[in-house]
Design a protein. Structure first.
Lengths: 284, 173
């Protein structure tokens, strides 16, 4: 696993692309939906690596996202895995790898519509965005169940400025049956607060840094195999942790880690130890 | 018949060439020398980078003299003489990047025109109405005393609600 992580980080720095970017023209959380969108006609390429570590094992997921700004308020994205899951958990936690990054080895197409924007003053605005997406799994099974397609919708609202940022969001991912099995639905809530320290608040074209504290509350429903609920699935979790974002012209890098603050699982499935995400970003 | 057609053709060509010269002449004169566009909502480096990249493509822009400030919220662009860039083009770049253009400070040169009680500056193909800022009274009177057709340069303020009205801040020459 350590060797895999080392190879991964090296590869990502070489590729220099960003995975799980939620806001190509703005800053957004690493682990949840964000509110900004690409500029009109802008293409973004994102590559990310996410690690899900449980009490039993750790898995590494590398995903790629391409985004296109249809307008300055409407963005379409396609997300897909670059590799099979590395060291796959036998019983992976029910989670998305990011706002528009999809889950595990799903191919996901999405739309982000910033339906509300209020540019209040220099360097700050309020904005709200709707996310809708559909996914198809590339793997036949996820844990103990056959993996089926899904639909996902989320809404997020926030305030961004040169000093403080905050977002709150909610989403729901509904999985469909496959061969009598169904992955449990995933409702979730997110809350993020960000701060740009004065010492790092340097003007363009200097590098731009931002620190976020991210949190996510997930309420995964039980999986079903051949119509019967799987005992070791479902529950409630709250995870929180820091993320750091740096931007340099058309390049950016983001990384964060979440730790479980609360895990109330309905069965004996392995508990999560942490989630980690590293993203290198590029805008065309 | 042949001679009449030739004379007619010469007359038409002459008229067309005259019209072209008249139409071309104003745009051959410099328009904006400097534009400082205030931007609301812009908060990050990639935002500024993309705006700068689009501004660099404007006609006549001095690429090495573009400034974008996130902390003070502006894009400053300087132009070479004879450029054809309009304020609307600059503001559309801001809008297409997802932000809101606010007021604009300009340095502009053009031809002074008097029309009734109004004072106008013709720069390129566009007429700008000139208004007086209350703390700078006397500027309109000064311009009225200048003869029409005089070439002037002034520093002014254009509010976000308009693109063709300049409030005079300084008559430079």
């Amino acid at each position: 696993m350590k060797q895999t992580v080392t190879i991964l980080i090296t590869t990502m720095l070489f590729l220099g692309t960003d995975t799980m970017d939620l806001a190509a023209t703005g800053l957004g959380p690493v682990f949840g939906p964000g509110t900004a969108a690409n500029a009109r006609g802008q293409i973004s390429s994102n590559t990310s690596a996410a690690i899900f570590s449980t009490s039993e094992s750790s898995s590494l997921i590398i995903r790629q996202i391409f985004g296109y700004g249809i307008t300055e308020n409407l963005q379409t994205n396609i997300s897909f895995p670059l590799t099979p899951v590395i060291d796959e958990n036998e019983n992976p936690p029910a989670a998305r790898t990011g706002g528009i990054a999809g889950s595990y080895t799903d191919i996901e197409g999405s739309l982000m519509w910033r339906f509300h924007r209020n540019d209040v003053t220099i360097g700050s605005r309020y904005e709200s965005t709707l996310h809708v997406s559909g996914s198809l799994p590339l793997e036949k099974r996820r844990g103990e169940v056959k993996a089926g397609p899904s639909l996902h919708a989320a809404a997020v609202t926030g305030y961004v400025s040169r000093t403080f940022n905050t977002w709150i969001g909610a989403g729901y991912q509904r999985y469909f049956s496959r061969g009598g099995d169904r992955i449990g639905d995933l409702p979730y809530l997110t809350a993020v607060a960000g701060y740009r320290p004065l010492s790092l608040n340097r003007d363009y074209p200097n590098a731009d840094w931002l620190i976020l504290i991210e949190s996510i509350a997930e309420f995964p429903r039980r999986d079903r195999a051949e119509g019967i609920q799987i005992t070791d699935s479902g529950g409630e979790k709250i995870l929180a942790g820091p993320s750091v974002h740096g931007f340099f012209g058309r390049w950016g890098i983001s990384g964060g880690i979440l730790f479980p603050a609360l895990q109330s699982l309905k069965g004996d499935q392995p508990k999560e130890r942490f989630r980690m995400n590293l993203i290198v970003k590029y805008w065309f | 018949m042949k001679i009449t057609m030739t004379k007619t053709m010469i007359a038409v060509v002459t008229v067309l060439m005259t019209l072209l010269m008249v139409a071309e002449a104003p745009s051959a004169r410099a328009q904006f020398i400097e534009v400082k566009q205030i931007i609301y909502g812009m908060d990050c480096t990639p935002c500024a980078f993309n705006i700068e990249r689009k501004l660099r493509k404007l006609d006549g822009v001095l690429k090495d003299e573009i400034e974008i400030s996130l902390n003070e919220g502006y894009a400053l662009v300087r132009f070479s003489p004879g450029n054809k860039t309009s304020l609307e083009e600059i503001r559309n770049i801001i809008r297409n990047n997802g932000f809101s253009p606010d007021d604009t400070r300009v340095v502009i040169e053009g031809i002074l025109n008097h029309e009734g009680e109004g004072i106008f500056l013709t720069a390129g193909q566009k007429d700008f109405r000139l208004l007086e800022i209350p703390y700078l009274q006397g500027s309109i009177q000064m311009l009225k005393e200048m003869s029409g057709g005089k070439h002037i340069t002034l520093r002014g303020h254009i509010t976000k609600e308009t693109t063709d009205t300049i409030m005079i801040m300084e008559i430079m020459h």
